[in-house]
Write a protein that binds this ligand. Sequence first.
Ligand SMILES: NC(=O)c1ccc[n+]([C@@H]2O[C@H](COP(=O)([O-])OP(=O)(O)OC[C@H]3O[C@@H](n4cnc5c(N)ncnc54)[C@H](O)[C@@H]3O)[C@@H](O)[C@H]2O)c1
Length: 330
Amino acid sequence: MDFTRTVLVTGGSGFIGSHLVCSLVDRHPDWRIINLDNLDYCCSPRSLESIEDRMNYTFMKGDVCNSQLVDHIFSTENIDVIFHLAAKTHVESSFESPSNFQRVNVEGTRVLLRAAHQARHQPRRFFYVSTDEVYGSSLHKVFDESSPVRPSNPYSATKAAAEFLVRSYWDKYKFPIIITRSNNIYGPRQYTEKVIPRFITLLQTNKKCTIQGTLPKSRHFLFIDDAIDAFLLLLEKGIVGEIYNMGTSCEIPILQLATELIRMVKNVPEVNDWIEFVPDRPQVDLRYPITCEKLQQLGWRAEVTWAEGIRQTVKWYQDNPDFWSDASAN
Ligand SMILES: NC(=O)c1ccc[n+]([C@@H]2O[C@H](COP(=O)([O-])OP(=O)(O)OC[C@H]3O[C@@H](n4cnc5c(N)ncnc54)[C@H](O)[C@@H]3O)[C@@H](O)[C@H]2O)c1
């Protein structure tokens, strides 16, 4: 079959990547979707089982830092669009092994950019999926895309460094990049190290939700389906060379998150028995407020309410209690 477009998704076996790959494969049978992923500890082959036999899907196991492999992909495939999501993503781990984060997040991006830019068949879009954490934390100031970048942990520092690399290809070559900076994304299939699945799985195994420190930390949470819609909209309408914040007004204090999840998972009115406060990092980001007007001007709105998104998420973890324990046994 002749495909009309070839899309390379790096990190397509991870949480966001697997939802993006499934959407692209389902919605665009005439596009070929290639997933390059080294299957790190945070992914499960089950995330992609619904599409793994489709004609328009190809999986390539490999490291995005492997320049030979990445050059080979660009010299043998006519890649039109790249969604670059492959990354080390767990903030806590980034303090323990910053060099791993630097290698994958910065060096991996450099390898991919260079190969994409030098490809015989010139890509039409290169999406770099970044994070609101590059702004650093703010109590009152709301960040727009022109706000200064002040990352405050090794994870966000490597994401910011990679952004600068990506932007340099726009500045120097007008290589058609687009950068997204999104809030915390949540939903089914997210690995259990991230806060929402961590709380749910702790409660499912009769353990307490551990909250780091007593400071009033909160996060904005964007449901995965809304995030995928934003990526697909940006693919059609995003302006090259631009950065787009991607987020929601749904800001949830972490203590409230734990309380809601305890009520939903344990079905008890008294929540204190299920919360434990543990020591925090010395410096912690309290909140990351962003405005998404630029993305909204293209016609995007977060459609899934917090009540609906968290209901769907909890239900998925209740229906699939062994999903991650089976994966870690592989
Ligand atoms: N989840 C969020 O809330 C959020 C918010 C903003 C931005 N992001 C960004 O979105 C992207 C995806 O995040 P996620 O939550 O799906 O993360 P994830 O940890 O679930 O997935 C990361 C994926 O990258 C792959 N990967 C890691 N190292 C690799 C390597 N060397 N070569 C090839 N593949 C490799 C992993 O196997 C995994 O499939 C990341 O770039 C992250 O920084 C995530």
